[in-house]
Write a protein that binds this ligand. Structure first.
Ligand code: NAD
Ligand code: MG
Length: 329
């Protein structure tokens, strides 16, 4: 493992250069604010009339079109949704100056060749391992969210140093910047969100809930057990791994965990995980996602609506309404 820390960064490598942050959503806002507070020269590029323009202006940025923001910038960060990046790249291509750096926070477009970058550009990855609001809050607290760093194209022979200087401006070197490749970041990120984080975990919760309800237990009680309490366990895992979780749950919970857990999630589940990984590696997932996006998201919208209409959502909305502290964050 290769980890860069604060003393490895050369922030001056980007001094005197303009950084164009294109997109002002979860990552874009955090990057633009952190980089500006770190003393970099930042401009924000957005679609004219887009919803996030007002927010960027409130935060004191003069908002420009993608093209104008990119014009003359030494480094251009693509921080709009992955499916929109190729179109934005085509739009600004004529305005990207020679030997500039283009930067991504996720490797999808480069790894699956949705963007084939011009040969004179440095192409780098800085992927913060957390959502934008965490990247911003940790920076403000004098800490930083760890990042992954990768280089796809190094024309200036300074691509990695330039990317590291950017990560440093985000606060990333305080948390540590780990070297990876576009391929490793993209495939592991997709696998994590599909098999474990968003996909796997939510399916486990919903099926646990359904199992209790169909056996005649009250949906409210099932909700507390299978959805609400996930946070307690995730916090323990996040703070101290399996050891801390085991330390804080009861002896009975621990025995049940060790003996029943492997019955629920077993070799057949892992075999399916390998199948999911294979479709990520061979490009099947990326092809499906691109064609779904291009045909107007019919299947995506149908599945999403099914999730939102499910019983656990109805019960959950009612119960969460009674837990005032949940509305604080
Ligand atoms: P987001 O969805 O929050 O981006 C919204 C911004 O993009 C807004 O400013 C909006 O005006 C603009 N936008 C939306 N649709 C557009 C379109 N069709 N054309 C042009 N602009 C459009 O994006 P995000 O979640 O911050 O993701 C940005 C990048 O960061 C992605 O590559 C993503 O994979 C990566 N990333 C995200 C997270 C995260 O936690 N959200 C974490 C790590 C990496
Ligand atoms: Mg689901």
């Amino acid at each position: 493992m290769e980890l860069f820390v604060e003393s490895d960064a050369q922030p001056e490598i980007l001094s005197g250069e303009r950084i164009a942050v294109l997109g002002y959503g979860s990552q874009g806002r955090a990057h633009a604010l952190n980089l500006r507070d770190s003393g970099y020269d930042v401009v924000v590029g957005l679609r004219p009339g887009g919803k996030t323009s007002a927010q960027a202006e409130n935060d004191g940025f003069s908002v420009q079109t993608f093209k104008d923001a990119a014009n003359g910038a030494g480094l251009i960060a693509f921080l709009m949704p992955d499916m929109a990046q190729a179109e934005v790249y085509e739009q600004i291509l004529g305005n990207i100056k020679e030997n500039a750096t283009i930067l991504f926070a996720h490797g999808f477009n480069i790894h699956y060749s949705l963007i084939t970058p011009r040969e004179d550009l440095d192409v780098v990855l800085i992927a913060p391992k957390g959502p934008g609001d965490l990247v911003r809050r940790q920076y403000e607290a004098g800490r930083g969210v760890p990042c992954l760093i990768g280089v796809h194209q190094d024309i200036t022979e300074k691509a990695e140093a330039r990317a590291l200087a950017y990560a440093h401006g985000l606060g990333g070197t305080r948390g540590g910047v780990l070297r990876t490749t576009f391929g490793e970041e993209t495939e592991t990120d997709l696998f994590g969100e599909q098999a474990v984080l968003c996909g796997g975990l939510s399916e486990l919760i919903v099926r646990g809930f359904q199992t209790l309800v169909e056996a005649g237990y009250q949906p409210e009680v099932a909700y507390f057990e299978c959805m609400h309490e996930v946070k307690l366990i995730v916090d323990l895992l996040h703070e101290g791994g399996l050891a801390k979780m085991h330390e804080f749950v009861s002896e009975t919970a621990k025995y049940g965990d060790l003996t029943s857990g492997p019955k629920v999630v077993d070799e057949t589940t892992q075999e399916k995980m390998r199948g999911v990984l294979k479709e990520i590696q061979d490009g099947t997932f990326a092809n499906n996602w691109v064609s779904e996006y291009q045909s107007g998201l019919p299947e995506y919208n149908r599945l999403l609506q099914e999730d939102l209409d499910s019983d656990i959502e109805t019960v959950g909305a009612q119960l969460r309404g009674r837990m005032a502290w949940l509305q604080d964050s």
